[in-house]
Design a protein around this ligand. Structure first.
Ligand SMILES: Nc1nc2c(ncn2[C@@H]2O[C@H](COP(=O)(O)OP(=O)(O)OP(=O)(O)O)[C@@H](O)[C@H]2O)c(=O)[nH]1
Length: 108
């Protein structure tokens, strides 16, 4: 089912890469840099590191970012947004370990 039959669904899914359990110090298996790189490599809209256990706001921020990217895409599907454009827009949780993947982000 495409967006032509349901305007709430984007044609291109917005994909986010999320690393959980940032509270589990000493058990990290993937560095933040590695996560960011992978996020770019596979074309994710954004990369988050969160702790579901300790901070529900970080979980909310993941979904807020996805909705925001989805709206950007729906408004201007052909427009490629620069990282600075996206950073300048209203960040839901500036304290969260959240990163927009810039060089290879999907075209919006
Ligand atoms: N320390 C920590 N533990 C977490 C966090 N989120 C989930 N867990 C724990 O990780 C375990 C797996 O959580 P689940 O919610 O079952 O995750 P899942 O992806 O469904 O796990 P599987 O189905 O077992 O692969 C549970 O023991 C959770 O309590 C977190 O942010 N921090």
């Amino acid at each position: 089912m495409g967006s032509s039959s349901n305007s709430l669904l984007p044609d291109t899914p917005v994909v986010a890469l999320v690393g959980n359990k940032t509270d589990a110090w000493g058990e990290r298996m993937v560095s933040m840099e590695e996560g960011e790189r992978r996020s770019r490599d596979i074309g994710c809209a954004c990369f988050h590191e969160i702790s579901v256990r300790e901070n529900v706001d970080e979980v909310v921020s993941v979904f807020q970012d996805i909705v925001r990217f989805s709206k950007i895409h729906q408004k201007s599907p052909k427009l490629k947004r620069s990282t600075s454009d996206l950073r300048a827009s209203n960040r839901p949780n500036p304290d969260a370990s959240t990163h927009l993947t810039s060089p290879q982000s999907p075209s919006f």
